[in-house]
Design a protein around this ligand. Sequence first.
Ligand SMILES: [Zn+2]
Length: 291
Amino acid sequence: MPGRRLLPEPFFAGTGLDRADALRCQPERIAALAARPDARQLEWDNGAPALGEDGRLRWSAVKGAPPLFLGLDGEVPHFSDLPPGDVPVDSRAHFGLLGQLEGEDAPIFAAALSLANWHRRHAYCSVCGAPTAPNRGGWSRACAACAAEHYPRADPVVIMLAEHDGRLLLGRQPQYPPGRFSALAGFVEPGETIEAAVARELHEEAGIRVRDVAYVASQPWPFPSTLMIGAYAVAKSDSLIIDRTELDDARWFSRAEIEAALSGEADAAFLPPPRFAIARTLIERWADGGL
Ligand SMILES: [Zn+2]
């Protein structure tokens, strides 16, 4: 089928750099790594890691003592400075970069952008309000006033496909481009399992009850710092009650409609999500029988 890539791994998946956690609490060793002539420092452009024309991350020689130790590529240490803080952290302009970003560098892009965004927004201690400073090679911030240590967080979001009688439920959010339908999604709430969050979100947004919720795959999403948890569920019925405050629309799509959309056919019933979205991975795996 033209334009179809079977069973892709989620974009941003992969190991990225060796995070070398054991080195983070040894500031003298991190300083020695930064002083190595082969040490590299990430370049930034307009609030996001800078890309070359080849879609790879741009690196330069280390300048001074950058606060973020991103990890090792073999022996080569990789660092980043904190980019200027006046750029909106959830800038949708950054989505445009994902179409150019080489997949091999995507995990490093995600880690650096999420970590930098977290530093931008956590200058003050959430316990006592005093200023905090980067610690552990940039993988925490410490408060000198109350000794609290704060760690970068990832917020879990469930994103899921519900199936009923061979058809898939997809929805449209108001900000999507015309024709796009994608998987429904929502934040996991405190005190909730992944399975409960999937069932609750599908009921809240589409009015359906589901069974047999199953985890499929996950994807870090650095806008600003979520962990997308892909899941699949079987709907007990197909009658929808759509929450119009969350969705423009939600519909069941047949296998033929899904296949046509993934193949990029001009008269397809909908426009599928882009390749860097885990929703695309979930839909492609379902179409391939991989769920
Ligand atoms: Zn404090």
